[in-house]
Design a protein around this ligand. Structure first.
Ligand code: OAD
Length: 254
């Protein structure tokens, strides 16, 4: 028997077909088959080679802005080159066929769901292709005044020409708040969905992983798609062992 014909998969397909509203949370695993490294996979994950406290916190950036900027610049190069895979496309195609029926929240900053054509993606951890200022402008007299166009030196983050403020990648680092509107919309979707699909995430990082708990507490079926065990498996009604490019086209083909 293949995974495509397994009773668990058929059961989940039925739940999805019966669902008036589906919420979905994706993580780095959905982009793995596009060539984007995950964070926590044992050999290939980024955190097997780098320490998050050196690269993904505001303190790390203040200590060594060039190093952090450079690391993100390399990831940007990789992420510009990659293309959505069959998993991203299956979600976008489903949303086109069933407008408003699936709310997609992602922890990924690579933009691949958007590139595949998904609309209204709730980007919980930001967007790696955008920058934001590290601090409010030191010279601003009114809150709406911001920093001035930045000077860029190769290999260094752009600086405000007036106050010296630094630009940083517009991603959420450890210890930072998630974007309020996106998290709120994801929580509302989790609270009203019939099925919560959790795909390609270790479920180790909160508050994103908490969406599965919100959905479960509100009475939804929680379904995990992941080739390896995740921290949310014990909370799920079904765990489908397989990759997202393999399983999402089968699950979302109606
Ligand atoms: P992780 O690296 O923690 O987990 C990736 C998950 O994807 C693992 O559970 C893998 O088993 C699974 N996986 C691998 N290949 C897959 C495939 N082809 N199909 C489906 N699943 C696959 O990544 P996230 O859970 O996204 O945050 O990590 C959450 C956050 O931690 C990230 O957004 C990032 C990271 O530190 C920040 O940088 C703030």
């Amino acid at each position: 028997m293949t995974i495509d014909s397994s009773p668990a998969l058929q059961q989940v397909r039925q739940w999805l077909q019966d669902a008036a509203h589906i919420a979905m949370l994706t993580g780095a695993g959905v982009s793995a088959e596009s060539g984007v490294p995950t964070f926590r996979d044992a050999q290939t994950g980024l955190w097997a080679h780098f320490r998050p406290e050196d690269l993904a916190t505001v303190d790390a950036f203040r200590r060594d802005p060039a190093r952090v900027w450079d690391w993100y610049a390399e990831r940007r190069v990789n992420m510009r080159e990659v293309q959505p895979n069959a998993g991203h496309r299956a979600v976008a195609d489903f949303q086109r066929r069933h407008p408003g029926r699936l709310t997609l929240a992602t922890q990924n900053v690579d933009g691949l769901h958007q590139k595949a054509g998904s609309a209204d993606v709730l980007a919980l951890h930001g967007n790696i292709f955008e920058d934001q200022w590290l601090d409010p402008c030191a010279l601003a007299r009114r809150p709406q005044e911001g920093c001035s166009p930045a000077q860029a030196e190769p290999g260094r983050p752009p600086r405000c020409v007036q106050c010296g403020n630094l630009a940083r990648p517009a991603v959420v680092w450890f210890g930072e708040m998630l974007p309020h509107d996106a998290l709120g919309a994801a929580e509302r979707a989790a609270a009203r969905c019939n099925v919560m699909l959790v795909v390609g995430t270790s479920g180790a990082v909160y508050p994103a992983a908490g969406l599965a708990h919100v959905a479960r507490a509100a009475g939804a079926r929680v379904v995990i798609v992941n080739p390896h065990p995740s921290e949310l498996d014990d909370w799920a009604h079904a765990v489908l062992p397989g990759t997202s490019a393999q399983l999402l086209p089968v699950l979302l083909d109606f």
